[in-house]
Ligand binder design. Structure first.
Ligand code: ZN
Length: 185
């Protein structure tokens, strides 16, 4: 990201909003906003390989592994406003498991981009599938969208739920039901 260029754009935006970018409280705002956007969109500069960094381990077990309540913070691509909530990821391994923090890191990498929740949900599920080739994967996300809460229809309490199920989570109803029960859906 060209930070100087972004700072300049933010300064121009402030003017168009009717602000005076030279007043004291705003003097460093373009710099802070540029820094903040760089952080909020850092997922563009990450890929699966460097996020997982080799943390794939052999395992005999083929039980269901679930990591629940992973916090996600993303930005909707339609309004560039935040949406945030929880992500639940489960899979049944076929000889390979991921280091426990890596599921959260995968969710984070795809969240830190401009997204729609549906695609974000799918990308997380596909990434686990591609990385581990497990029997199946399930991902459920529950998020609140600021673009719905503070503008538009102004609905403060609606939660959007999405899910992706792949492999046995898709084909086998008992597996899917067990997953959804364990994540409290
Ligand atoms: Zn939106």
């Amino acid at each position: 990201m060209n930070k100087e260029r972004v700072q300049q754009l933010i300064e121009e935006l402030l003017v168009e909003l009717g602000e005076d970018p030279k007043r004291e409280g705003l003097l460093k705002t373009p710099e802070r906003v540029a820094k903040s956007w760089e952080y909020l969109t850092r997922g563009y500069h990450q890929n699966l390989e460097n996020v997982i960094n080799g943390a794939i381990f052999e395992s005999e077990s083929n039980n269901m592994v679930i990591v629940k309540d992973i916090e996600v913070y993303s930005l909707c691509e339609h309004h560039m406003l935040p949406f945030y909530g929880k992500c639940h990821i489960g899979y049944i391994s076929r000889g390979k498991v991921l280091g426990v923090s890596k599921l959260a890191r995968i969710a984070d990498m795809f969240s830190r981009r401009l997204q729609i929740q549906e695609r974000l949900n799918d990308q997380i599920a596909r990434a686990v599938m591609d990385t581990l080739a497990p029997e199946g994967v399930g991902v459920v996300m529950e998020c609140k969208h600021m673009c719905m809460m503070m503008r538009g229809v102004g609905k403060q309490n609606s939660l959007m739920t999405t899910s992706s199920v792949l492999g046995s989570f898709h084909d086998d109803e008992a597996t899917r039901t067990e997953f959804l029960r364990l994540v409290g859906m």
